[in-house]
Design a protein around this ligand. Structure first.
Ligand SMILES: C[S@@+](CC[C@H](N)C(=O)[O-])C[C@H]1O[C@@H](n2cnc3c(N)ncnc32)[C@H](O)[C@@H]1O
Length: 224
């Protein structure tokens, strides 16, 4: 259960949604318990402009803003309903802004960090690569792209994740998407990021969890 229980900033982030519709409140609590946000937030620089692409209701963006007052966090998503549900939360955090990304466009940087958390699998492989290349182009020299997805092992966690995603996208429809998932192996995604000129470190985050969580940290060399 390491790192699952919300810390003080996690509790504060979840509390921001108290006035939100019940579906949004349930969703953000499920996201907290299923995703390793406490590990991920530590991968962000302590200060500077941070973009989250595909922020959903904005829980991770809010957590990043609350844990780093020196960060200016912008979260974008294609789902206008989720952004609307997160708007009240965002209004209470001065260094947080949530907005709709028309057609999934990547807002212009330079960003000290860009985070993409459990978004890519909803897109076809070519669109994933395109999104990451567009995101990488907006990372400042010395900055980083943090890509959290599901890994390709162990097999039982991969099967569990597919079942759960089928339930949330196709049956419950709580995540926007075509209903097909494309889990590209982390090694392949790391290759795309290296081709984009970044230095990549891969880490499994699935210890003690039923999902095969995995993160790539892709750094742009500092200028000069
Ligand atoms: C599983 S949710 C993850 C939300 C959030 N990152 C989190 O960790 O709680 C995936 C989100 O990606 C969004 N999404 C899918 N394709 C996108 C795109 N091209 N640009 C921006 N957001 C996108 C969906 O609307 C959805 O809110």
């Amino acid at each position: 259960m390491t790192g699952r229980r919300p810390d003080a900033a996690g509790r504060a982030a979840l509390a921001l949604y108290r006035g939100a519709p019940w579906e949004a409140r349930v969703h953000v609590h499920v996201r907290w318990w299923s995703a390793p946000f406490r590990r991920l937030v530590q991968l962000l620089p302590e200060a500077g402009p941070v973009l989250e692409i595909g922020c959903g209701h904005g829980l991770f963006s809010a957590y990043a803003a609350l844990t780093g007052p020196g960060r200016r966090v912008v979260g974008v998503d294609i789902d206008a309903d989720k952004i609307a549900a997160g708007a009240t939360a965002a209004a209470r955090v001065p260094n947080l802004e949530l907005s709709v990304a028309p057609d999934g466009a990547v807002p212009a940087g330079p960003w000290t960090a860009v985070a993409v958390v459990d978004v890519l699998y909803l897109l076809p492989a070519e669109a994933q690569r395109h999104l990451l290349e567009a995101a990488a182009a907006q990372v400042a020299p010395g900055g980083r792209l943090v890509v959290k997805e599901m890994g390709d092992r162990p097999a039982w966690k991969v099967r569990w994740n597919r079942w759960q995603e089928t339930l949330s996208v196709r049956v419950l429809r709580i995540t926007a998407g075509s209903g097909t998932f494309t889990f590209v192996p982390p090694d392949v995604v790391a290759g795309w990021l290296r081709d984009a000129g970044l230095t990549v470190t891969a880490t499994r985050l699935d210890a003690g969890r039923v999902h095969p969580h995995h993160v790539l940290v892709a750094e742009r060399p500092a200028a000069g």
